[in-house]
Design a protein around this ligand. Structure first.
Ligand SMILES: Cc1cc2nc3c(=O)[nH]c(=O)nc-3n(C[C@H](O)[C@H](O)[C@H](O)COP(=O)(O)OP(=O)(O)OC[C@H]3O[C@@H](n4cnc5c(N)ncnc54)[C@H](O)[C@@H]3O)c2cc1C
Length: 381
């Protein structure tokens, strides 16, 4: 019997397994992932799936592994956020406690570093398979895969993403709110230096972010109501549309990694555990990407749960689990609701709301203490 079965070896599941394996070298862990990762593309250009990691999470990753290729990591030293009618708010490292606001890391770079580090731990096994059934009991959980084999574990940690199979099998109570938008991502080389400034435009029809990568490159996340219209553009057309929407702030753009779209929704769950199954990452909660907080919240779950299980995988009490749930729910809801309200506010086309939100941005920009509170609560967890 395994102590811990982690289902889903994306960033959150793999990072959780690594954090736990480092802290407790006796606990027996199996990581079950449906797709065998292929790291052969890593040298071919930049991944269009990128993440803005908070300083705290980036430092946690650095403490767990030295295998991240830091030459490929971008840094955000300042932010420039614009409303659609003259509203503006600017942040830089003087507004926060650290010396940068976030690091921009490619999915592949981070995923590879965590997997390579995990393979150095004798107490971690990998299994690449799809699950067919789960039986959740008071003492253990049984996992059956599609070829009929079975394994048992004391705890199942589900990190299998926003459409979690485990969550559906167990029947967790979920409220799902679609945004009727997709996040369109792509990478570009820019004519002018970005100076490590992240830029964001609340456009009315959507939200566009330019995130700085090394070598005068950027990655964009465009939360759009009409993602297909963007995906159907030729490379040259997409460059023009993205440069124009970004007010040519970085001059002309050249596409270096093609566009891809991810549907956006808000998933709300109150209780992240049921008997022997605990949900983490996107399996437990999703969030609008306008503040780049999804994987940051997932890492928050991973670090706190790994600490708890490293101390006590055999006899974790219901009271400890309930406290874990309380802590994580408070953190997650605060961020989910902040992003949801911002999305609603900037999606509203009433002229009076339009004026107010742009005024609001300018007001926050002028009140230095409020700006500091906002930025520190966004990046410091
Ligand atoms: C456009 C966009 C931009 C974003 N930008 C940011 C950002 O800048 N910063 C940030 O913090 N977050 C960002 N996010 C959010 C971030 O992508 C997610 O929060 C994060 O990927 C969640 O990681 P995860 O490991 O929980 O889930 P996933 O990344 O979905 O991984 C789930 C894993 O489980 C596996 N799996 C699924 N089903 C099974 C099964 N039945 N059996 C076994 N394995 C299974 C999958 O193959 C996958 O490997 C963004 C999201 C979008 C859509």
């Amino acid at each position: 019997m395994y102590d811990i079965a982690v289902v889903g070896g994306g960033l959150v599941g793999a990072a959780f397994a690594l954090d736990l394996a480092r802290q407790n070298t006796i606990v027996k862990i199996i990581l079950i992932e449906r797709n065998q990762p292929d790291f052969s593309h890593n040298e071919q250009g930049y991944d269009n799936k990128i993440y803005a990691l908070s300083p705290k999470n980036y430092q946690h990753i650095q403490a767990m592994t030295s295998l991240l290729d830091e030459k490929r990591v971008g840094v955000i030293e300042a932010m420039d956020v614009r409303g659609n009618h003259g509203g503006k708010i600017e942040f830089d490292q003087h507004d926060c406690r650290g010396n940068y606001l976030a690091k921009i890391v490619e999915y592949r770079n981070l995923h590879q570093a965590v997997y390579r580090e995990l393979s150095n731990h004798d107490n971690v096994e990998f299994k690449f398979t799809s699950l067919a059934k789960i039986e959740n009991g008071a003492e253990q959980v049984s996992l059956y895969d599609t070829d009929g084999s079975k394994l048992d574990a004391r705890w199942l940690i589900a990190a299998d993403g926003a459409n979690s199979f485990v969550r559906q099998q167990i029947g967790f109570d979920l409220k799902e709110i679609p945004y009727y938008q997709s996040g369109v991502v792509a990478n570009f080389r820019c004519e002018h230096d970005h100076h490590n400034i992240a830029r964001q435009w609340f456009l009315g029809e959507g939200i566009l972010a330019y995130l700085p990568l090394p070598n005068q490159q950027i990655s964009i996340v465009w939360s759009s109501n009409e993602p297909d219209a963007l995906l159907q553009l030729s490379a040259d057309e997409l460059c023009s549309v993205v440069a124009e929407a970004g007010q040519y702030s970085l001059g002309k753009l050249e596409l270096i990694t093609s566009a891809q779209a991810f549907p956006l929704k808000l998933n709300l769950i109150e209780k992240f555990y049921s008997e022997r199954v605990i949900l983490i990452g996107d399996a437990a909660h999703t969030i609008h990407p306008l503040a780049g907080q999804g994987v940051n919240l997932g890492f928050g779950d991973a670090w706190e749960l790994a600490l708890l299980l490293a101390k006590n995988a055999n006899n974790l009490s219901i009271a400890e689990l309930a406290r874990y749930n309380y802590n994580r729910l408070a953190e997650v809801r605060k961020m989910q609701m902040t992003c949801h309200m911002l999305h609603r506010l900037f999606h509203n086309r009433l002229p009076v709301v339009d004026k107010l939100r742009n005024l609001g941005l300018n007001l926050i920009n002028q009140i230095s203490p409020l700006k500091k509170v906002l930025i520190n609560s966004a990046i410091n967890y």
